[in-house]
Design a protein around this ligand. Structure first.
Ligand SMILES: *Cc1c(COP(=O)(O)O)cnc(C)c1O
Length: 396
């Protein structure tokens, strides 16, 4: 089977992890610091705080932004459930903003309409989490303009996006947001096994994030309520968690950073190649906004099912039967049973729902060969019942 995504681990990565295993320090330590510095430097952000997943990163980012009971968080319905769950962890309520039919990202027009309504009802959100779907940046300039006007904080969920760019600058620089979150799950752009990170430009936010990832404990005498009893002394001054990343994971992450540009270049190359291979098929291929250079975490095609006379499910199952692990990203979060029980229903976000009915993710990952990609394209042509492209005439 050709998977839809897969990590690339080099001998250098393995060597880097072995070195930590042979050292005296396995838990969060100097290698986590080195990994954080490497990502902050790459992205042009002032601070980076590594944690054990992007889910944890989203949770402490929301807490650091002051989200609590009675507050509201808005995100995109076209995302993994973690982008929304972080609001519920904080006791806030969660709502969604429908997507743009071209980029599949949160629509700035829908956001503006919803903010106008919310303002008149006194129900403005405290936090909005735009998700850079498949690695393509949202319209961050538009979102930042609305953030200023309506006074909400912005946390970018860039779980798909490290290595991508917006207006020719790296995602993660937080130019248009308060914080940006990355995921290092193995299917994402670079991996630490499990892992995540929050980037920001505020030292106050960074200090809070560091404390929240480790039980709400401080060893800084300036932050303590009382006098230190001695060199062993620490104080818990708020409720935090154990969300720390290990040095073992950070060694893998720091080593993977060396390959980041190459990984994204290969993903971009394969995406361009799909454009040629799938030309003329009854599909809508991913479109890149001129402001965005996508990291291409996912390659999502939209099937013209009405013209095909075949359901998406039948097409996806036939692809799997042909050895291609096609997938679907994403089931709109508001249609999950847990969110339905909170009051959401089918029809609430029609653009995300229409999108969901027609899309399919096909394989794209740096180690995928051109031949494997040809195999995917061929399987798709056969499944859709479209004759293969005529080869250049070469009858001599
Ligand atoms: C993968 C993902 C997450 C969660 O990442 P973990 O590191 O697995 O916790 C959050 N948001 C989006 C958009 C994701 O794709």
């Amino acid at each position: 089977m050709i998977p839809y995504g897969r990590q690339s681990i080099s001998d250098a990565d393995i060597q880097a992890v072995l070195e930590v295993l042979k050292s005296t320090w396995l838990t969060q330590g100097p290698t986590v610091q080195r990994f954080e510095a490497s990502v902050a430097d790459y992205c042009g952000a002032g601070h980076a705080v590594a944690v054990n997943s992007a889910t944890s990163a989203l949770h402490i980012a929301c807490l650091a932004a002051g989200l609590g009971p009675g507050d509201r968080l808005w995100t995109s319905p076209n995302t993994f459930v973690a982008s929304a769950n972080c609001g519920l962890y904080c006791g806030a309520s969660v709502d969604f903003v429908d997507i743009d039919p071209v980029s599949y990202n949160m629509s700035v027009e829908r956001l503006q309409e919803k903010l106008e309504r919310a303002e008149s009802e006194g129900k403005l959100p405290k936090i909005v989490i735009p998700v850079h779907f498949a690695g393509q940046s949202c319209d961050m300039e538009g979102i930042a303009r609305l953030a200023k006007r309506y006074g909400f904080r912005v946390i970018e969920d860039a779980s798909h996006g490290i290595g991508g760019r917006y207006q020719d600058q790296p995602l993660g620089n937080c130019r248009y947001s308060d914080m940006t979150v990355f995921s290092f799950h193995p299917v994402k752009i670079i991996t630490t096994g499990e892992g995540g990170m929050v980037l920001c430009n505020s030292s106050a936010l960074a200090e809070r994030l560091v404390r929240l990832r480790s039980h709400g404990i401080t060893s800084d005498p300036a932050r303590m309520k009382g006098e230190p009893h001695g060199p062993w002394y620490y104080e818990q001054i708020e409720l935090g968690f154990n969300y720390r990343m290990t040095d073992i994971q950070a060694a893998l992450g720091a080593s993977q950073m060396a390959m980041l540009d190459e990984f994204v270049a290969r993903r971009q190359y394969l995406a361009k190649r799909y454009r040629q291979l799938l030309d003329g098929l009854p599909l809508t291929l991913p479109r890149q906004h001129p402001d965005a250079f996508s990291a291409f975490h996912l390659y999502v095609i939209r099937l013209h099912t009405h013209a095909l006379g075949k359901s998406r499910r039948a097409i996806l199952e036939e692809m799997r039967g042909r050895g291609i692990t096609a997938h679907v990203h994403y089931i709109p979060v508001h249609t999950q049973p847990y969110y339905r029980a909170l009051g959401f229903a089918e029809g609430d976000f029609p653009e995300a729902e229409a999108y969901y009915r027609e899309i399919m993710t096909i394989p794209l990952f740096p180690a995928m060969s051109d031949a494997e990609q040809d195999q995917v394209a061929e399987a798709l042509r056969e499944t859709l019942g479209v004759a293969p492209a005529q080869k250049e005439a070469c009858h001599g």
